[in-house]
Design a protein around this ligand. Structure first.
Ligand code: 16G
Ligand code: ZN
Length: 530
């Protein structure tokens, strides 16, 4: 085990730091991450051995955060987020105070988890465009070498591309191979599905895509080339990946969603479709400037409703009426979107706590589960039963046959492992083309209630305990009653407070029938919480 200790000594843990594997793995200032990434490498290797040598993924990214940050997270064999019960193991390895104690923790995990160390572990990894990426990759490789892990470095990839690769690798010899386990295989799969869906459908013209100066830019370019300009025209902006300080700066999906405005410097014609990705291309929002110049945001809720309505129509047209379709949202979903789904689309809605893993698992309970966070992260998952029905159904008319073919292509177009901005972009483009809709028609499906999100600094955010999918506070005692009393005074009022999982703060969300009221409600609830 001297190899282990020698390697660990090269990656000393910063003193007096407590790390925790949160909703998005470990994420912080990049200069604190070296030991954390090394130790995540150890865990990735153990996880692979525990799962009989299945390939585990590691992504080095801090998504929409500032360029100085970075992060690391693990991807499970089916391309899902790390199983929640292992998050504590990541946390305990990251916090072992010395190299020797790290070894003790590591050996402890081997025995308590029953890991067979004879099995050769396999890991694949990739990173985003941050300057700190290569050094962190070196720390990861050090851990993988020390544990004699077989690994493949996939260089720069979007987060969802790595999720795709992991699933492909682990299903290659199964009955349901997910796709060719290469980056080009990813483009080919999406492109061929997109082209099938666009047969006989007039193209909807160009979409302008802001890539947050991140990894999405070169990857979208490759995808667009593979799809072909005859059916997919996109103009790529904010693609300065060679200037790391520009990443997510005044652009990208998080900027557009939180600021509710165009990235400064973008010049778009009114009613032209625009979209923004985030720094690792797993979030997507659309927007446009209306004819009177007002900015209109088409966020994750609007993408979810668009996708759910299209898939609902398609399954009916294909004759697959028995498939149950549901939508999963979080408390941040605009109340208007929820009523639109339940009343107009007549589909069930489930609300889960924030964080992709919660939404994903809830979505798997439907035959076809559509899940999106309002911030633009989401996808559609098809159950095995649904996939089987779609594969085996014998259409009773040419119209059913055509719809069924489209449904099959849609299954391939959608990255079912995780929300994927590139796949979602093609999905939205296909649906708008099929519906012959511009952004205004899409926006017109329902009108968002005015809303406000504020960040409140508190002395101890862990004192804020929620229930009911984060919509109600259980602690501090008495606070929820005060919020309830306040909310009751506002027409269509709704508000909740929850501790952020990624920042040291409490977030307060509110909505109401009028803009001024939504803002006042947020301010007053923030005062209660502070
Ligand atoms: C993480 C989550 C994202 C969520 C956000 C909420 C994943 C991969 N990412 O970025 O889905 O919206 O946290 O942040 O699950 P908050 O807890 O600070 O509000
Ligand atoms: Zn992201």
């Amino acid at each position: 085990m001297s190899l282990f200790l020698e390697a660990s000594q090269r990656h000393p843990k910063p003193e007096n730091r407590k790390f925790s594997y949160g909703t998005a793995g470990f994420r912080m200032k990049a200069d604190l991450l070296d030991s954390v990434v090394f130790r995540v490498g150890l865990l990735a290797s153990l996880r692979s051995q525990k799962l009989q040598g299945k390939t585990i993924g590691v992504v080095i990214t801090a998504s929409h955060n500032v360029p100085e940050d970075n992060g690391v997270k693990l991807v499970d064999p089916m391309g899902e987020m790390l199983e929640a019960s292992w998050e504590v193991h990541a946390t305990s390895l990251a916090n072992a105070p010395s190299d020797e104690q790290l070894l003790v923790e590591y050996e402890n995990l081997i025995s308590t988890l029953g890991v067979n160390t004879e099995i050769t572990p396999k890991v694949v990894f990739a990173r985003d465009t941050r300057e700190s990426g290569p050094a962190l990759v070196a720390a990861l490789q050090d851990a993988l070498a020390a544990t004699k892990t077989d690994f493949v470095d996939h260089g720069l990839l979007t987060t969802p591309q790595l999720h795709y690769l992991v699933r492909c690798i682990n299903t290659i010899d199964s009955e349901q191979p997910y796709g060719e386990p290469t980056e080009q295989g990813y483009y080919n799969k999406l492109a061929s599905a997109y082209r099938k869906l666009m047969v006989g459908i007039p193209s909807n013209g160009e979409v302008t895509v802001d890539c947050a100066n991140g990894v999405g830019a070169p990857k979208l370019r490759l995808l667009a080339e593979t799809v072909g300009r005859d059916v997919f025209q996109c103009s790529i902006v904010n693609d300065s990946v060679d200037q790391p300080s520009k990443l997510n700066h005044q652009c990208g999906a998080d900027f557009v969603k939180t600021q509710q405005r165009l990235p400064p410097g973008s010049h778009v014609a009114s009613l032209a479709r625009c979209a923004s990705l985030d720094g690792d291309a797993d979030r997507l929002v659309y927007y446009f400037n209306d004819s009177d110049g007002t900015f209109r945001l088409l966020d994750g809720d609007k993408i979810a409703t668009l996708a759910a309505s299209f898939i609902g129509d398609l399954t009916k047209a294909a004759g697959l009426r028995s498939l149950n379709i549901g939508v999963v949202q979080t408390a941040y979903a605009n109340g208007s979107s929820t009523s639109y789904i339940t009343k107009t689309l007549a589909l069930p809605v489930v609300c889960t706590p924030t964080g992709v893993k919660h939404l994903h698992h809830a979505a798997l309970k439907f035959d076809i589960g559509v899940y999106f966070e309002a911030n633009g992260h989401g996808t559609v998952v098809f159950s095995n039963g649904a996939l089987q029905d779609i594969a085996e159904y014998v259409p009773e008319s040419p119209a059913q046959a055509a719809a069924l073919e489209n449904l099959k292509a849609l299954v391939d177009l959608i990255n079912q492992t995780v929300g994927d901005a590139l796949s979602d972009l093609l999905l939205v483009e296909v649906i708008l083309a099929h519906k012959r809709w511009g952004p205004k028609e899409w926006d017109g499906t329902y009108t968002d209630l005015p809303n406000r999100l504020v960040r409140v600094e508190v002395s101890d955010r862990t004192a804020f305990m929620t229930t009911d999918a984060e919509r109600r506070l259980m602690e501090p005692v008495g606070v929820q009653e005060k919020i309830d009393a306040l909310v009751g005074k506002y027409k269509q009022g709704r508000s909740f407070a929850r501790a952020s999982g990624t920042e040291d703060a409490v977030r307060v969300y509110s909505e109401a029938a009028e803009r001024g009221e939504a803002e006042e409600l947020a301010r007053l609830v923030a005062e209660i919480v502070a």
